[in-house]
Ligand binder design. Sequence first.
Ligand code: ZN
Ligand code: ZN
Length: 437
Amino acid sequence: MPVETDLYDLLGISPDATEAQIKKAYHQKVPLLNINNPEASQKFQELQAAYETLSDPQLRHIYDVNGIDGLTGSSGMGGVDPADIFASFFGAGGGGGGMHFGFDFGPGPSRRRGKGQDTVIPHALTLEELYSGKTLKLNLEKEAVCGTCKGSGARGSAKPKECGTCDGKGWTTAQTHHGSHLAASRVACTGCHGTGQRLKEKDRCKKCKGEKTVKEKNRQEVVIEPGMTDKQRIILAGAGDEEPGTPAGDVIFVLRLTPHESFERSGNDLLTNVTITLSEALFGFSRILITHLDGRGIQVTSPPGKIIKPSDTIILRGEGMPVHKQPNNKGDLYLTFTIEMPDEEWLKTVDQKTLLSLIPPKKADLEPRPAVVSTAAFEEADIEEVRERYFPAGKDFFDRAFASQFGDSDLDWEDEDEDGDEDEGFDDGEEPECRPQ
Ligand SMILES: [Zn+2]
Ligand SMILES: [Zn+2]
């Protein structure tokens, strides 16, 4: 059983729910949110946070073993604020320990873990760095057992007394807002930091001031191997915080891929777009089409007589990402083509009549002509801007969120259980499959 179940409760599932059940619960709850309700946006973020955590097997394991505590880690490591880690998961900025969620982000009242706190440190990397690999040298800070008192926190042989604030329980009760209703939850006693025991001022160890641990700086090397992925975790076992009488926690680096401006990654494959001119589309090319992630130019020659159409795709075998731990293997690189049309200035410089007679003719009117024809004005628009508009159910308005936005409850989420990562949506630049003629 997990040490706490708040995230499961939020999604209305049991702690032994399968991945498919977690996904289904999320997809069923999100469309039910009333977008006119200001609380909906917050509720959405909570659901998303719970879903992101529980749908990632490693995060779920950390949560099951250590609760929210395990995900936030302890403060002060390498200058990383635990709230920042959660900000990246939860999409919203959270200040200090008091995130606006129904669960307590502070130190747990009862530490049921068998070792010191794990420290989760997100580290942003570029796609170039994941392609070529890299060694990070980081100065970290951790809680180490105080050498002077050997972790007792006491001066000499002084003994602690029962804490008066919590009567030795280690926790007190606090009211927290959970959506619209209040919930009572246990919070660590501030008088004794949840231990239930307290030392008198004069009995405390001089070095750690009775805290039992002191901050210790150390230098860690983290090797980013070629082919590692976004969200991959690198665990430095035992490099985390120490607590007296228990093994040290781990330092867990979570790799965070910074989106690349021209390459997208899917597994070991890469996708990028190349712009060619109309002449190249018609008469072919033999040139360096792209600069790769390691700085190499990639020369490609199109076959004679081949016309490239807009959105045509080619595959460059073995030019994808290196396969992690298989130095001789690489995925493939897909190139989609954008054809740059000549501009209006160019058109003014050519004999337009001759040009028109050379290229394929304009389209004729529809046959048979519809009985009713309306005239609409020609006005330019920016579809990217429309796609960027935010809706609680997701930003890709035309691609995915339309039905949930307009309350289509017949939406069939069942299908999604089978085909994996639909949630990721269309990545920027990827074309929808259906397009008008
Ligand atoms: Zn001490
Ligand atoms: Zn207390």
